[in-house]
Ligand binder design. Structure first.
Ligand SMILES: C[S@@+](CC[C@H](N)C(=O)[O-])C[C@H]1O[C@@H](n2cnc3c(N)ncnc32)[C@H](O)[C@@H]1O
Length: 211
């Protein structure tokens, strides 16, 4: 199974307990995460303050952050179990099961592509595919992801445990907000904390003269 396939399987299994990570419940109940809750509120405010726009949330998971987006909202995730929870949580949105690296949308369908805690799971080739798809369907991108901090490496393979006792290997990156902004191409830092970063960037089509 490829890294991407095993990541998909892991998150599909994790769907019913995914929000425990945000809420500090279940397997996360004894995690020491000083300032987590306050930062999460700040990230939620950053998302809620984005101007209303036709937006696709790629790899929306349970819709935990999707619910703060304003405008016409489409959520996409490869996991039917995630999508079921997201659709329940965000009744005004449209939710589809699909592949974030081969988006089932026409060119220019959205003003904005939002993605949280997905970009950091992609290897270099997958990142290129994802960003090419983002450029094809939207004018701007917002990425929320995990902040680089003490105790983690910028890039690591992690062993993850689920409540059913299964173990999974997951590729994961941690970002400085400035580093992520540069990687996305002259991005703007929207939030930089101990736990989370958020960056926005224009998605200019590649210049045909330089191709
Ligand atoms: C860490 S979760 C993030 C969920 C949500 N965006 C959030 O921030 O809470 C990663 C999500 O990526 C989804 N995913 C993994 N590979 C995908 C792919 N190729 N296409 C679409 N979604 C994918 C998983 O199903 C999972 O819901």
């Amino acid at each position: 199974m490829s890294d991407l396939e095993s990541m998909k399987e892991y998150y599909d299994r994790r769907a019913p307990e995914y929000d425990d990570w945000y809420l500090g419940t279940g397997l996360y109940v004894s995690r020491q995460r000083p300032g987590w809750e306050e930062e999460l509120w700040e990230v939620e405010r950053v998302v809620a303050d984005l101007s209303p726009m036709r937006t696709v949330d790629v790899a929306c998971g349970t819709g935990f952050l999707t619910r703060f987006l304003r405008g016409k909202i489409v959520g996409l995730d490869q996991s039917a179990r995630m999508i079921e929870i997201a659709a329940w949580r965000v009744p005004g949105g449209r939710f589809v099961v699909g592949d974030g690296l081969a988006l089932p949308f026409k060119d220019g369908s959205f003003g904005r592509l939002f993605t949280s805690h997905f970009y950091g799971h992609l290897n270099p080739g997958e990142r290129d595919r994802f960003l090419a798809e983002a450029r094809r369907v939207a004018d701007e991108i917002i990425v929320v992801d995990s902040a680089l901090r003490d105790g983690v490496e910028p890039e690591e393979t992690q062993e993850r445990l689920l409540s059913d006792g299964t173990h999974h290997e997951v590729y994961k990156r941690y970002f400085t907000a400035e580093g992520l902004a540069e990687e996305l191409g002259a991005g703007k830092v929207l939030f930089s904390g101990t736990w989370f970063v958020a960056v926005g960037a224009r998605l200019a089509a590649p210049d045909p003269k330089t191709q």
